[in-house]
Design a protein around this ligand. Structure first.
Ligand code: NAD
Ligand code: TYD
Length: 356
């Protein structure tokens, strides 16, 4: 069995569902169920003996140690993290707590368990750490995309805390020989994305007739990867990645935020036109920029293609279409995640942002 941490969040949910459908090996899912974790995402696995859920913290070394031993875990895939840059600006402590101290606790539990395994299981064991391209900092418009050799220059409390966790993972390999692999992926989008991140927020706000808040001039560039492609990359790295190596994962799909928002609006215009016949793009509202906002991320994903034969299956056109359709088909899910805590966050993040 494998241990997946953070498997009730956006990418973790997609990974667990894909893993059980395509690999079929049992998954032990450890998730703290913060605002971002939602067991409803995994409802389709109810009664399936291949999925076992435990609510708990990755930093709880005793709990993790017990779970590893009781379930004879052969690999850990670590998704659990605080993941939203804007939240890290308003409250960085939780990011240090989970992403740095929590990852440390998890690594300690894994090191103790792995160290006591018999030789064959010890050499087959894997710890896959899921990280982000944001650890590399911001690129100028013409600069080449991030390779695995790019220096770490994290700029937000989120990316700094992820960078710290990457360094710990690296050190546990270098010092203790822990069999680790790390992936650094670009911005994901797709089903089950919590609607406080750019793409789902725009879909949800557009349909609700609310403003579509674009930070600054909207010309910040991200590389976007459909979440199913991130899951297939992780499966491939887990299967064939070289120990101690890092792999950049990306969609070869750099776009400025404004273009993303306009694409979402155009798809909604086609699939769920506004009653007044106008475009959803009329709802775009420029608001005060994010402090320290990274201007551009771009991923050079040639290493994982060359060494492991992985390439994304979706283009942005196919992926964004599927995503918009998923949100149109899952209005109930959207309504249920818009809890009191969600509304509180909207007022924290947007209440004091002026219109630009
Ligand atoms: P998410 O915020 O949607 O989900 C995170 C999950 O982790 C939630 O279910 C939450 O309850 C759980 N969690 C938080 N703290 C925990 C703790 N202390 N112990 C156990 N569980 C805890 O995040 P996501 O977008 O699914 O991202 C998953 C991972 O992928 C993160 O490590 C993130 O840094 C990385 N990543 C995300 C993206 C992206 O675009 N979303 C891109 C690259 C890398
Ligand atoms: P986000 O989804 O928060 O991901 P990240 O900051 O990790 O890249 O944001 C993606 C981009 O969209 C980022 O440049 C910030 C911008 N953005 C907006 O312009 N408006 C918004 O309301 C949000 C949430 C993000």
């Amino acid at each position: 069995m494998i241990l997946v941490t953070g498997g009730a969040g956006f990418i973790g949910t997609n990974f667990v569902l894909d893993w059980i459908a395509s690999v079929g090996e049992p998954v032990l899912n450890l998730d703290k169920l913060t605002y971002a974790g939602n067991l409803e995402n995994l409802a389709s696995l109810a009664g399936d003996a291949r999925h076992r859920f435990v609510q708990g913290d990755i930093g709880d070394t005793a709990l993790v140690g017990r779970l590893l031993a009781e379930n004879e875990v052969r690999a850990v895939v670590n998704f659990a993290a605080e993941s939203h840059v804007d939240r890290s600006i308003h409250g960085p402590a939780a990011f240090v707590e989970t992403n740095v101290v929590g990852t440390f606790g998890l690594l300690e539990a894994v090191r103790a368990y792995w160290g006591a395994l018999p030789a064959e299981r010890k050499s087959a064991f894997r710890f896959l750490h899921v990280s982000t391209d944001e650890v590399y900092g911001s690129l100028d418009a013409q600069a080449p995309a991030f390779t695995e050799q790019h220096r770490y220059e994290p700029n937000s409390p989120y990316s700094a805390s992820k960078a710290a966790s990457d360094h710990l993972v690296r050190a546990y390999h270098h010092t203790y020989g822990l069999p680790v692999v790390t992936t650094n992926c670009s911005n994901n989008y797709g089903p089950f994305h919590f609607p406080e991140k750019l793409i789902p927020l725009m879909i949800v706000n557009a349909l609700a007739g609310k403003p579509l808040p674009v930070y600054g001039d909207g010309q910040q560039v991200r590389d976007w990867l459909y979440v199913g492609d991130h899951c297939s990359a992780i499966r491939r790295v887990l299967e064939a990645g070289q120990l101690g190596e890092t792999y950049n994962v990306g969609g070869w799909n750099e776009k400025p935020n404004l273009e993303i928002v306009r694409t979402v609006c155009a798809l909604l215009d086609e699939k769920r036109p506004r009653v007044d016949g106008k475009s959803y793009a009329e709802q775009i509202a420029y608001v005060t920029d994010r402090p320290g906002h990274d201007r551009r991320y771009a991923i050079d994903a040639r290493k994982i293609e060359r060494e492991l034969g992985w390439k994304p299956a979706e283009t942005f056109d196919t992926g964004i279409r599927k995503t918009v359709e998923w949100y149109l088909d899952h209005a109930d899910w959207v309504a249920r995640v818009q809890s009191g805590a969600y509304r509180e966050w909207l007022s924290t993040n947007y209440g004091e942002r002026e219109s630009a």
